[in-house]
Write a protein that binds this ligand. Structure first.
Ligand code: NAI
Length: 259
């Protein structure tokens, strides 16, 4: 589709995983990805795999000064920002009792407040240019919480709460807001979330490939789709769960306790 040609797409957490893969796929379709992340060496590796024009800046979504400085610089270097892909995030799979308080607030600071910071900073730019699109990478964990993900799932529930409110609030400004909710994906995320590999081993059979998730994100950007669950079958399962949680806990409890 030609809709992506020349579009300026600002991506957080693009040093690895689906951020990096989405940047690659967007560049192949003629968009101009602006990749940002904390690790400059890995960002350079991502940059080397891009086609055509791109931007590359070191940016930690926890640092408001850096977020303001980088978004300001990118807007002045490229003239506009058409899409913000809020992708940076991480998870720690651990029991509620054992997890220190700091893990809860630190995950929230990156996964949720990082999106708040980037969105608030880019909003005046999109308002002035008469529109834009904000895409938030949430998770299935934002819709259905499972054992050993109390901290992480709460951050993604917060992301979806924010996304749904913004979708309504920003519509009059011509700004679309989308959520992408993947199930487990084969990326470095799982190494940090679950260093022993228990969860990865238990879900290996239905783990998503990063290129497929990136393809879905590209489609969301092209079509301005409000929300996508990946895989779609898991999205249906979650809806059924919501209709009868007590029954679902009985039949699916073991399945939801695999970390
Ligand atoms: P990943 O670990 O390869 O990518 C996440 C990126 O975010 C990394 O490059 C990381 O350095 C960056 N990041 C973390 N904290 C940051 C900060 N403070 N500032 C800037 N960048 C930061 O993993 P993946 O899977 O590509 O993750 C992307 C998004 O997808 C995350 O938001 C994650 O929560 C979400 N997700 C991942 C799933 C999975 O199973 N891999 C499942 C569902 C959602």
């Amino acid at each position: 589709m030609q809709v992506l040609q020349g579009k300026i797409i600002f991506i957080t957490g693009a040093a690895s995983g689906i951020g990096a893969e989405t940047a690659r796929q967007l560049s192949v379709r003629g968009a101009i990805p602006i990749i940002t992340g904390r690790n400059e060496k890995k960002l350079k590796d991502t940059a080397a795999s891009l086609r055509g024009a791109y931007g590359c800046y070191k940016m930690d979504v926890r640092d408001q000064d850096e977020v303001s400085e980088v978004i300001g610089r990118a807007a002045s270097d490229f003239g506009r920002i058409d899409v913000l892909l809020n992708n940076a995030g991480y998870g720690l799979f651990e029991s509620f009792e054992e997890a220190p308080l700091s893990h809860f607030s630190e995950m929230m600071d990156t996964n949720y407040m990082g999106i708040v910071r980037c969105t608030k900073t880019i909003l005046p730019i999109m308002r002035n240019q008469g529109g834009g699109h904000i895409v938030n990478v949430a998770s299935m964990a934002g819709k259905l919480s499972t054992a050993k993900s109390s901290g992480y799932a709460a951050t993604k529930h917060a992301v979806l709460g924010l996304t749904n409110a913004l979708r309504i609030e920003l519509k009059p400004l011509g700004i679309a807001v989308s959520a992408v909710n993947p199930g487990p994906i084969d990326t470095p995320f799982l190494l940090a979330a679950d260093p022993e590999g228990t969860y990865a081993n238990n879900v290996r059979g239905y783990m998503l490939k990063p290129d497929k998730v990136a393809e879905a994100i590209v489609r969301v950007i092209e079509r301005r789709t409000p929300e996508v669950d990946l895989p779609w079958s898991a999205g249906i399962g979650i809806r059924l769960y919501g209709m009868a949680p007590r029954f679902a806990d009985k039949v699916a409890g073991r399945f939801l306790n695999r970390k």
